[in-house]
Design a protein around this ligand. Sequence first.
Ligand code: X8Z
Ligand code: ZN
Length: 636
Amino acid sequence: MNRLTVLLCMCLVTFGYSLKNSQVQLKNVLLDYLKSLNGNKETALDSRHSAVTWLHKVNGRLLELENMQAEALWNFETNLTSANKKMVGDIDREASEIYQQLLDEAKAVDPSVLDQTHRRMMRFLQSYAKSRDPNIVEHTSTTRSDMVTIYNTGKVCRIEDPHKCLPLEPELENVMANSRDPAELLWAWKGWRDVTGPRIKPLYETFVTLLNEGAVEKNYADYGAYWREKLFDQTPDFEAMCDRLWLEVRPLYLQLHAYVRKMLTKMYGAKVVGTSGSIPAHLLGNMWAQEWGNIVDIVVPSSDQTEMKNMENHLQTVLKRKHDVMGLFRLAEEFFSSISLYNMTDTFWRKSMLVKPNDRKVQCHASAHDMFKKHDFRIKMCAEVTMDYLQTVHHEMGHVQYFMAYENQPTLFRDSPNSAFHEAVGDTMALSVLSFKHLDTLGLMGSQYKNSPKVDIMILLKSALNKIAFLPFGYIIDKWRWKVFSGEISKNEYNRRFWEMRLKYQGIVAPVPRSEHDFDPAAKFHIPDNSPYMSYFISFLAQFQFYESLCQTSGHVGPLHQCDFYRSQEAGTKFKKMLNLGKSVPWQQALFQLTGTRQISASSIKKYFEPLSQWLTKQLQGEPLGWDKATINWKD
Ligand code: X8Z
Ligand code: ZN
């Protein structure tokens, strides 16, 4: 831990340097580029050779620009000062001018002279474009920074002690995960929404207008249409694909929802849970009711609750005894390298921010950063030693594995072929790591839990509380946001329409009446941060497809959820081959290479949870599925 503190201090010194440095560098890139533009006036780009040479140069320029934007963003997110915020805005503005010039120049390229790969690059180049107006670009950038600053610095004060104020991560999140006192849960739930929503709302309204202006300028119907194309390139009717996939997994969600409601009613009584069939959002162990694994101890059958509590405590205690935060990262690295994926680089260990610093304000929401500079990949987290963070460490390191795998691709291909694949890599590993077999290999499982069918189902139930419960949440965030961008949801109905979807798809209601003075979507990081969310919904299906394929390759026999492909070089090599492709081929081709299918489907997640589904059917005898969809908890 001490070493880490020293490293963080060193990072601070480096930030100061690179801050000034990147501004100077940007000017140089701009000047260089303008010079090269003049040179190009003479050059026609209508031969294959000249066009390919030009694209090669573009990849070089983009690398420099990506690096400078990544540096500025890193500096801001790991040190939320207004100077760092200004730097992000300045760099976004200037970079957008260069992108614009590149796009203007691209018009001289005759696509018919190019092969498929270079035509693909040309297409991706278009998605770099923001608005032609640098003021709009800068305004968009600073509006986003203002929203995330509110989110990242929000605190909720204890009613009995107004001087004791808790930030979201880890304190409020811990309350939501561990408290079983409905009044305390409600305090954290409502408090967090009170300090984010109303302050973010006016900024978000402006933000939507700015994003749409940029998108319409680029001939998209709205920003949602732009997003869908950028993130799910070459996917005919992506929206219909999401709807179809949701309907496929809905029956499983309905089972889980009904079962959890039944157990929560046993625990808290109908007075707290209600009788309309929907579940109040503060009782599910998570600030957003998105993953419910934290309440596994109170939703297993009553006769198993003591054993489940003991097992969870055992896991947590042994994990803490054996590892510090750095140890969690080393565990994840060892897992990846055991299947012939990558070790982290020296720069990674030197420059990452793995724990929350106490000398400055930072953005704690976990993220991985490709700095577009040799061997420079980083993770930013406020990690603690818990099983949840162990999962997140694998998630983030999965992003870094992808960065490393496609590092040698041209800049325009340095991404996953769709955004869901990026989200799925680390989670695929975590499915293996959190299997009973692997937890046992890590020495985290007591021998008393071995060969117990009951423990096997409890582990599967915990997995479902995280993976199945997430699906409707993952699905609605962008379903709501796409409608906001298209204007189908207007700003005077943001919150009501959000809660209508929460009720319709998730069967969840607010624990206290809401109104348009609240803006509850903003209580979720990805709204102020403007990160897409449908990627997670698709990832939560695709990761089971990846997992099944790696399990098959590793020679696993038996129920899918018991598979651990640790140390399978064959599985890892196959995975790596797909990751190496980056964005150079359509996602269907990459998926086919790994799994033998070209479709994202729910078949693997359904296979994984089949034993649980049968178990739930038994537990649910006589219990109605679904809920009354008429009443959201609303006041006008
Ligand atoms: O935001 C994340 C990652 C960073 S890409 C920690 N996740 C979503 C969330 O927290 O809401 C991972 C699962 C869903
Ligand atoms: Zn992620």
